[in-house]
Write a protein that binds this ligand. Structure first.
Ligand SMILES: Nc1ncnc2c1ncn2[C@@H]1O[C@H](COP(=O)(O)OP(=O)(O)OP(=O)(O)O)[C@@H](O)[C@H]1O
Length: 314
């Protein structure tokens, strides 16, 4: 029988206990001790079985990185995942895409439950745009070939012969992402914004039902960022568009088409729901550990440190 300690359990100790208990199915009591006031102590009702994480925890190198995550995504919604550096955003996406197997909990993605399906098949329905992909692309690769490569889940050389239909679709996607003008260049000489738009076109080539965007605006200047966001806004409103799950640190990047927000703190869900309910000063101040003000203008949000950079919450 696990004794419940009165003092808060450190992340390291929680990880060790979780590892020990992982085969015994008894971890809920660990998180009850350290609930934040903004969190609910209620277990959410039956999740939507389209995309659902139920009590998901993940331990790596004896560290508890995700802790009791409940999250469900309904068809037709688009999500942003927010949280401070190291809060677990990328790890959560890796679970969603079937690259990390959770230590505990149940995962259902696109109606398919992990443990009952071939994850390689599932990944064909998931597009991923993240920095790790960029490093694998040869600098002499032609943009159209790069877009086509998404159809074959390849990076760099394609082993299948692309069809005329592939090339036509790639051309249409280049137009949709406003990168038709760079198709004659080589990947290596393109700007960061152009590369990102190409990678999104590449991810769409396989007609994914879920599109995961891990900080797609990182490193972009204001104009490049707005151009990319405009493409995403248009894409998100198209019929049959994939569901977006978009990681960012910046509220300014939450475009009108995003309907919901999940906020992580220290590997746990701090808040989740419709963006207007979640993007509030108390939630964001808690998430980032600094007093934050939030404003909404013309369907976009912005945030700033209320007392200047010197005013940190304890
Ligand atoms: N394999 C691993 N072993 C040990 N710790 C890990 C491992 N992978 C990730 N972590 C740790 O887990 C925490 C969450 O990492 P993650 O990359 O998911 O955070 P993040 O919210 O995406 O951060 P950022 O905003 O900086 O990209 C970090 O402290 C990281 O060091």
């Amino acid at each position: 029988m696990l004794k419940r300690s009165k003092r808060p359990i450190s992340g390291c100790r929680r990880a060790a206990i979780l590892e020990r208990l992982s085969s015994r199915g008894r971890t809920r009591s660990l998180s009850e001790n350290t609930l934040h006031p903004l969190e609910t102590s209620e277990t959410p009702g039956p999740p939507e079985r389209w995309i659902a994480l139920e009590d998901v925890s993940l331990v790596r190198s004896r560290r508890l990185i995700l802790d009791g995550i409940h999250w469900s995504i309904a068809p037709g919604t688009h999500w942003v995942v927010l949280g401070a550096n190291g809060s677990g955003k990328t790890t959560l996406l890796m679970v969603l895409a079937g690259y990390h197997w959770p230590t505990r909990g149940r995962v259902t993605v696109l109606g398919r439950r992990f443990g009952e399906i071939d994850l390689r098949e599932l990944r064909k329905d998931i597009g991923w745009v993240g920095s790790f992909l960029q490093a694998q692309i040869p600098s002499n690769q032609k943009p159209l070939d790069l877009i086509v490569s998404g159809r074959y889940a390849a990076v760099g050389r394609i082993f299948q012969q692309p069809t005329a239909e592939d090339r036509e679709l790639a051309g249409n996607l280049a137009e949709c992402l406003e990168c038709s003008n760079i198709l004659g260049s080589s990947y290596g000489v393109l700007s960061q914004g152009e590369k990102q738009r190409l990678l999104i076109a590449r991810a769409l080539m396989a007609r994914p039902r879920l599109l995961i965007l891990d900080e797609p605006c990182a490193g972009l200047d204001l104009v490049a960022r707005e151009k990319l966001l405009r493409s995403l806004e248009r894409l998100g409103r198209a019929p049959d568009c994939p569901t977006f799950v978009f990681v960012t640190h910046h509220l300014e990047e939450i475009i009108p088409v995003i309907s919901h927000v999940l906020v992580l703190k220290d590997g746990r869900v701090l808040a989740q729901g419709p963006k207007d309910e979640v993007l509030t000063s108390p939630v964001l101040s808690r998430a980032f550990g600094i007093s934050i003000e939030v404003a909404r203008e013309n369907g976009r949000f912005r945030a700033w440190a209320a007392g200047g950079a010197g005013f940190f919450l304890s």
